[in-house]
Design a protein around this ligand. Structure first.
Ligand code: UN1
Length: 532
């Protein structure tokens, strides 16, 4: 890969490329990705793809589909095994690059690379299963089977907050099952995409099986890829991003009779009942709210607390949040780094006035961190980075906009309830249903919560974040369209069932008609029921 040194002693700039069917294309136009920790640090320069390039990538992918889909699954899986080993070997360098490019703390970046390794290892083994079924036939001398068949050209559109883990959830199972991929990575992390695709190449993935088209969303590569659905160039879409964009993609897929995988927003509830182990609950709430600077789709939005323990939870949470160490993501000592981009920062800044207008109480008045106004212990460059201190709203009612609307960033609401019933109602009181959590020692309350919460994922005595790579990931309501990623469940997203029957009778057998057992020898009198 190309890198060029930058002036000013910053890291080298990575030059990312479009790879279309194995060909590296010289870009007509480019965009820069600067580190959110230091806007002077140009981390990556990436091509701004044209519509023609995106369409060409899709058409070329279709050509590659013929041979890749016919490659035996255990052989496809070997590529995943090599990819996993390459990621293990390059984990530290990759993680440092993730931190520098999108701003999550190095510790978490290592976790997100590990998530991709776990996914590759899981699906390597799945390549030796990918089971279908044998099914008994109702006719003699006849065999019935089912097979999973790949769908074709899969368009992947991914977000910048998990720039290697979430793409791996999509690309790895799609390729394992014999599909081909055209990937539009986030413009917040084009360099991570370049490195990831380079590892695929080194792992022996044939040219053309994965193509990358860089660019932005609206009016750029993301939108062109969606246009390619109507042009008949794409068979399946997998998207992680906002509910608003997911809805538009869903509409285009719907009119093309396609079922996309949509992983969308969340306003995730974390419930703390009166009998909870409070230190554990506060620690979980703190991590769920401010881990990754609140920029996970699984971040907690509403902390729903029984009134009997609200005072203690509020005081502890506010105290601990105000002590969080914010700063350079590559510094091992920080709790969270910068906002991923200016857009998230602007929305987060605007959320303050929404909460105040709604009548919520500002328990911790998180602000943009500016030079001269750094909080104690701040370890970043306030002039050059997009930093924000934690915001906590108290006295929040579920009817308020801040309780209903997702806001990526370090902000969380405290909602007071009286007992389990009210807690469940509040937890289900948003249009979303991605992840959720409850802290309690009461086994019956755990059971009730698991059964009644509308979310696709639920933690008991753990935070709302931290899904594992072999469990189904996905949400209900406005959090998605019911599809799931990860584990064996994602196989249904990238394959279609084929039913096969093999007739060995040597004569035409008619299903449902040529039955050797035609039922009991009784003829009920239907004369009163049938028309004469
Ligand atoms: C996301 O924010 O889109 O469960 C994915 C978690 C991570 C994945 C989050 N393993 O928080």
């Amino acid at each position: 890969m190309d890198t060029k040194p930058q002036d000013g002693g910053l890291g080298a700039t990575l030059v990312a490329k479009n790879r279309i069917a194995g060909d590296v294309r010289a870009p007509r136009d480019v965009f820069e990705r600067r580190s959110p920790a230091n806007r002077d640090d140009v981390v990556t320069i990436a091509p701004m793809s044209t519509r023609d390039e995106v369409f060409e990538a899709c058409a070329k992918a279709k050509e590659a589909f013929r041979s890749w889909s016919r490659t035996p699954a255990p052989q496809r899986a070997l590529v995943l095994g090599r990819l996993a080993r390459l990621m293990v070997d390059s984990k530290e360098g990759l993680s440092r690059f993730v931190s520098r490019e999108m701003g999550k703390p190095l510790r978490e970046a290592r976790g997100s690379v590990q998530e991709a390794i776990d996914t590759a290892e899981f699906f390597q083994s799945e390549g030796r299963r990918l089971y279908g079924q044998t099914v008994p036939s109702e006719l003699p001398n006849k065999e019935l089977y089912t097979y999973r068949r790949p769908i074709g050209v899969c368009a992947m559109i991914t977000a910048g907050n998990f720039p290697i883990a979430v793409p791996s959830w999509k690309i790895i199972p799609a390729l394992l099952t014999g599909n081909v991929v055209v990937w539009k990575p986030s413009d917040d992390a084009p360099g991570v995409a370049e490195l990831f695709v380079d590892l695929w190449r080194r792992a022996g993935l044939p040219d053309g099986v994965i193509s990358v088209v860089h660019g932005r969303g609206a009016g750029s590569a993301g939108e062109y890829l969606v246009e390619a659905i109507d042009a008949g160039l794409i068979d399946k879409v997998s998207f992680t991003g906002s509910t608003e964009v997911g809805r538009k993609i869903g509409e285009v897929c719907g009119r093309n009779l396609q079922l996309p995988s949509l992983e969308l927003g969340g306003k995730n509830p974390l419930v703390i009942l009166a009998d909870a182990e409070l230190d554990l609950a506060v620690e979980g709430a703190l991590w769920a709210s401010f881990g990754t600077g609140g920029q996970r789709c699984t971040s907690a939005g509403n902390i729903i607390v029984d009134k009997r323990v609200m005072g203690t939870v509020r005081d502890q949470l506010v105290k601990r949040a105000s002590l969080l160490k914010i700063g350079n993501p590559l510094d091992e000592g920080i709790d969270y780094g910068p906002m991923i981009n200016e857009r998230f920062l602007e929305r987060w800044l605007a959320q303050r006035a929404v909460g105040v207008d709604d009548g919520a109480e500002l328990l911790l008045d998180g602000r943009r961190i500016t030079p001269g106004e750094e909080p104690p212990g701040f370890m970043g460059d306030a002039k050059r980075g997009l930093y924000a201190s934690p915001r906590i709203f108290g006295r929040v009612k579920m009817s308020m906009r801040i309780a209903q609307e997702e806001c990526f960033g370090p902000t969380v609401n405290l909602v007071e309830v009286d007992g389990l019933e009210e807690a469940i109602a509040a937890a289900n009181g948003t249009p979303y249903g991605l992840s959720s959590a409850i802290y309690t020692r009461d086994a019956k309350a755990m059971l009730r919560f698991k059964e009644e919460i509308r979310a696709g994922m639920t933690s008991v005595n753990n935070s709302t974040t931290g899904a594992e790579a072999h469990l189904p990931f996905g949400g209900n309501g406005h959090s998605g369209n019911g599809t799931r990623e990860s584990g064996i469940w994602v196989l249904d997203a990238y394959t279609r069932w084929q039913a096969v029957n093999v007739d060995l009778a040597g004569k035409l057998q008619k299903a449902q008609i040529d039955l050797s057992d035609s039922g009991p020898p009784v003829a009920p009198d239907l004369s009163g029921l049938l028309p004469s």
